[in-house]
Ligand binder design. Structure first.
Ligand SMILES: Cc1cc2nc3c(=O)[nH]c(=O)nc-3n(C[C@H](O)[C@H](O)[C@H](O)COP(=O)(O)OP(=O)(O)OC[C@H]3O[C@@H](n4cnc5c(N)ncnc54)[C@H](O)[C@@H]3O)c2cc1C
Length: 234
């Protein structure tokens, strides 16, 4: 059963120039231990007052204290999620549902993680949770090197987007193709912009990785119109 948590923003700090870490706390989080990279749906209102949900990965959980950290990207042209994260201050209330999400690590000799700023918290949490002896490679594109955070993978290929639009899959595709040719990956996790995730998934399937060994999920959508989940009755 999904629980709605009515919590408070306890702390905020700037993790990178474009990412803020928010610590959320409340009594209903006490004793909960989410799986690595499970997420929350933050319940927000868009500019028209319609209710919307935005997903954020639970980066750290402190079950005894009843605290969860999320790392939110402040992207240009920010929608309700980015706008909320940019202005959430300690003491402000926040409502969310979770923990949720089907992404799970599956045993394999080699794991390949592919993503961008929005999936960095998930990739960081998943690589930290890998059992000893299971190799991980990560291919992650960020706008600039300043957006990078440590990842516990044996091999990390950082790509710099520069002035190319976020969500353009070309650089990811080229480097993932190189990695797939050179390595052996029992599990592949693609967490990126929806179109980019589809393109990388097709590349990986085409290179012979069995479909049931690939988890691909769109973490955001480049041309998203405001998504209305339900109307605010007022
Ligand atoms: C399971 C899951 C876990 C996630 N975890 C995190 C997380 O830990 N941290 C995090 O920052 N995001 C995370 N995301 C992604 C986040 O939910 C999306 O980026 C979301 O669209 C942001 O909502 P918004 O209201 O700011 O923008 P939206 O209203 O969705 O979109 C408005 C505009 O902003 C642009 N946009 C949206 N997201 C991005 C982006 N990431 N980069 C560049 N442009 C963007 C869109 O192109 C659109 O034009 C996660 C998504 C999923 C599915």
């Amino acid at each position: 059963m999904k629980t709605t948590h009515r919590c408070t923003v306890l702390a905020r700090h700037r993790l990178t120039p474009r990412t803020v870490r928010l610590t959320l706390g409340g009594p209903t989080l006490t004793g909960l231990t989410p799986l690595p990279a499970q997420d929350i749906e933050v319940l927000l209102a868009d500019a028209r007052g319609s209710r919307v949900k935005r997903h954020y990965t639970i980066r750290h959980a402190r079950p005894q204290a009843g605290e969860w950290d999320i790392d939110a990207v402040l992207h240009p042209g920010g929608g309700p999620g980015s706008t909320w994260a940019a202005s959430a201050e300690p003491g402000s209330p926040v409502e969310f549902v979770g923990p949720r999400g089907k992404l799970q690590l599956r045993p394999a000799d080699g794991h390949l993680f592919v993503g961008d700023e929005a999936s960095l918290p998930a990739i960081a949490a998943l690589t930290e949770a890998l059992p000893a002896g299971q190799d991980a490679t990560a291919v992650v594109e960020t706008e600039s090197p300043a957006d990078r955070v440590p990842i516990a993978a044996g091999r990390v290929r950082w790509l710099e987007r520069g002035s190319r639009p976020a969500g353009d899959p070309q650089a990811l595709l080229a480097v993932v193709a190189e990695e797939i040719r050179a390595g052996r990956f029992g599990q592949v996790y693609v967490l990126a912009e929806a179109g980019a995730a589809r393109a990388v998934r097709e590349l990986v399937h085409g290179a012979g990785v069995r479909p049931d060994h690939v988890f691909a999920k769109g973490y955001w959508t480049a041309d998203r119109r405001p998504a209305v989940t339900s109307r605010n009755p007022t």
